[in-house]
Design a protein around this ligand. Structure first.
Ligand code: NAD
Length: 331
């Protein structure tokens, strides 16, 4: 990743409709892995998250921003969740746009559609955690959640390991065909299971909008790697706090993990201390050993950071500019 060589007198616009042709899962994975490493090395930082109820359309709106000094990437993602979009407008409920700025002058540099990028960068984060923390013999992937993000999560996860089977559970079983469809697409057998059967998974991804734990510590076998990706707001919870106490806990950003991530509950109940939560980037950089035994449970608390969005957006701007596919507007 590097600063995009564009004219500071021009604004580059990459609309949502152009994104599918400009980004790959591999590019997203590489961008997210690099920015996690930069965060742990101290050369990139995220700014505090703003999230507000608009009091209009029941929408939740906010900003996630940051600065990657080494990559020369400064900006923010603005957007949120409009729960009536699909029913009232035929639009997806999550809506976001990324804005990039020239870090030397502060001039706006690019405006990039953020909807597909959000799903790709979130899936990239859990697959980076699988690459660096899962047991190398992991063969069974467990999915908890079967919504929009879950399909992206499965596609990315199977590229990070040598999986032979997918098992899945969802609170709303009528959504399970989403998982079966993607498993078929990636060429793996799929089985819908009960929660206790998650003990048969080597890697478990949780990606739901749950506010109460569904996966309990007793549902998880020694040696499992978990990527808990759904909890990104105060009050949400997908797994029992006791599971975090049994696991070695990693995250994208410690400040977010203990306040809006899955670790908020284990911290709140005294089962975990802030110092027990480690940056995944430190494992990537080799300053944390990561998994240390075959029986260790590792858990990645993926809260979603602004720098992930900026990293994938910067990669898209670079590709769009190179291919002549960006809309250029003079400033
Ligand atoms: P979606 O609406 O498409 O799917 C929601 C999923 O949660 C479904 O599987 C549904 O059955 C399940 N669910 C709903 N209510 C539940 C409950 N009370 N208990 C258990 N499960 C329940 O949503 P999505 O776009 O797939 O997003 C899933 C979650 O991921 C959301 O919470 C979203 O905020 C979060 N998310 C996190 C990041 C990140 O970076 N960590 C990024 C994007 C989305």
């Amino acid at each position: 990743m590097g600063s995009t060589p564009i004219n500071t007198h021009e604004l580059v616009i990459v609309p949502e409709s152009a994104i599918p042709d400009l980004v790959t899962r591999k590019a997203s994975f590489d961008a997210v892995e690099a920015v996690f490493a930069a965060m742990a090395a101290g050369s990139a930082c995220n700014f505090p998250v703003v999230r507000e109820m608009l009091g209009h359309e029941d929408a939740l709106y906010g900003f996630k921003g940051g600065f990657d000094r080494a990559g020369g990437v400064l900006g923010l993602k603005a957007g949120g969740y409009w729960p009536h979009n699909l029913d009232r407008r035929g639009l997806i409920n999550h809506q976001s746009t990324v804005f990039l700025f020239d870090p030397d002058s502060g001039r706006v540099k690019a405006m990039v559609g953020g909807n597909l990028l959000t799903a790709l960068r979130t899936a990239a984060a859990s697959s980076v955690s699988i690459k660096h923390l899962a047991h190398k013999d992991a063969r069974v992937l467990g999915m908890i959640g079967a919504g929009h993000q879950a399909t992206f999560q499965m596609r990315a996860a199977v590229e990070a390991g040598a999986f032979e089977k997918v098992i899945g559970w969802n609170m709303h079983p009528e959504m399970l065909p989403n998982l079966a469809r993607v498993a078929k697409e990636v060429g793996l057998p799929f089985e819908a299971v009960d929660l206790p059967d998650m003990a048969g998974a080597d890697v478990i991804i949780t990606i739901t909008s749950s506010f109460a734990p569904t996966l309990l510590a007793e549902h998880v076998s020694p040696g499992t790697h978990l990527a808990c990706m759904g909890t990104d707001t105060k009050g949400k919870q997908e797994v029992e706090a006791a599971l975090l106490a049994r696991a070695t806990v990693f995250t994208d950003e410690v400040a977010q993990s203990i306040s809006i991530g899955e670790a908020q509950h284990a911290i709140g109940s005294g089962l975990l201390a802030k110092g027990d939560v480690h940056q995944l980037g430190a494992v990537i950089n080799g300053t944390h050993p990561g998994r240390q035994s075959a029986d260790e449970i590792t858990l990645f608390d993926g809260t979603g950071v602004g720098l992930q969005d900026l990293a994938v957006a910067a990669a898209v701007v670079e590709t769009a500019t190179k291919r002549g596919m960006a809309v250029i507007v003079p400033l």
